[in-house]
Design a protein around this ligand. Structure first.
Ligand code: TYM
Length: 338
């Protein structure tokens, strides 16, 4: 008997800023851990990366795209088990985004919190920034993905994708699968070390030392960032009682060590925060060391990375082309014979 088809997973990271431990814990590490359970597509979403064009020069964007692809591999995404590709290599992403644009009410886009936040801090707001959620919906719906493993900040985007899929299915017979977000119970919202009231961010991390733990940061930088992390004046190293800064450190320790909360509290409570910080430095450095070593090796052979991306794009396009034909037919476009 043929094996039943596995459920499909799609996710992606924008090649912008400095990838950090939040991106790893909230997204990439769970992709890697669950690879055997699903049919996986992991995309470097380079078309999304240009929605704030002033944030990155073409040269830096080019280099960052290859760096992030190599990071997927270094973090354990296996091309034998997962399709790894660049969004811009599969033109169906842009085509489906256009088709979806035409059924998306503008009001849905204006109320997205990420748009409001980003539009507020950027001088030039391009149409692409407003349209970001539609392109993201196209990414997911193109592959009929059942699950989308992401950090908590992407929840609204997945809700938007579900609503749009339902709307399209009702207006036309597009038969989109309604996807579900896969959000970890812990590690899905890592906070900034310098300001634990704000989410750890790739763009702030690039500009400001001590904000984030970069996946490619040297051990000395990691040590500095964690040892100077903002904490309160108390000594409550307990998950339910600590202030936001200490809770963030405890959470990082718990997710990385995979140890139960009571054991961690027994080890660190009553010792001041120095012991927790020192142990966290060791744990983070040891977790990132093999990833960084693999990344250095991978970046030495960029031809290999490009060849793998070609294979990935070829595989992704076979699925994407079928979906776009289905949607075109459902919407009434005349088929072409060329
Ligand atoms: P991006 O590039 O901002 O972030 C990549 C992934 O990292 C997660 N993440 C975090 N998780 C925990 N703590 C944090 N502080 C933290 N910061 C970021 C994000 O939730 C994300 O999972 N819109 C997406 C990219 C995208 C996408 C898609 C994702 C485009 N199309 C389709 C899934 C499916 C984004 O901006 O990710």
């Amino acid at each position: 008997m043929p094996e039943p088809r596995k459920n499909r997973v799609f996710s992606g990271v924008q090649p912008t800023g400095k990838l950090h431990i939040g991106n790893y814990l909230g997204a990439i590490s769970q992709w890697a851990e669950n690879q055997d359970d699903f049919e996986n597509l992991f995309c470097v979403v380079d078309l999304h990366a240009i929605t704030i064009p002033a944030a990155i020069s073409p040269k830096a964007f080019h280099a960052k795209t290859l760096e992030v692809t190599a990071l997927y591999l270094a973090c354990g995404i296996d091309p034998a088990k997962s399709t790894i590709f660049l969004q811009s290599h599969v033109p169906e992403h842009s085509e489906l985004a256009w088709l979806l644009n035409c059924v998306t009410p503008l009001g849905w886009l204006y109320r997205m919190t990420q748009f409001k936040a980003k539009a507020g801090t950027n001088q030039m707001v391009g149409t692409g920034l407003l349209d970001y959620p539609v392109l993201m919906a196209a990414d997911i719906l193109l592959y009929d993905a059942h699950y989308v493993p992401v950090g908590e900040d992407q929840k609204q985007h997945i809700e938007f994708t579900r609503d749009l899929a339902q709307r399209c299915n009702a207006m036309f017979n597009t038969r989109f699968i309604i996807p579900e977000a896969q959000i970890r119970s812990s590690g899905a919202r890592i906070m900034g070390l310098d300001d634990p009231n704000a989410k750890m961010s790739k763009s702030i991390g690039e500009q400001k030392r001590g904000h984030s733990i970069g996946l490619l940061d040297a051990p000395s930088a990691i040590k500095k960032a964690i040892m100077s992390a903002t904490t309160d004046g108390g000594n409550e190293a307990r998950f339910g009682h600590a202030g936001v800064g200490v809770r963030n450190l405890l959470e990082l320790y718990a997710v990385l060590s995979k140890r139960p909360h009571d054991e961690i509290e027994a080890e660190f409570h009553g010792h001041g925060y120095g012991k927790l910080k020192k142990s966290l430095v060791e744990l983070v450095v040891e977790t990132l060391r093999p990833i960084q070593e693999r990344h250095v090796d991978l970046m030495k052979n960029q031809d290999h990375i490009r060849a793998m991306l070609d294979t990935g794009a070829r595989r992704a396009r076979t699925i994407a082309a079928v979906t776009v034909t289905r949607v075109r037919d459902a919407m009434g476009f005349v088929r072409s014979n060329i």
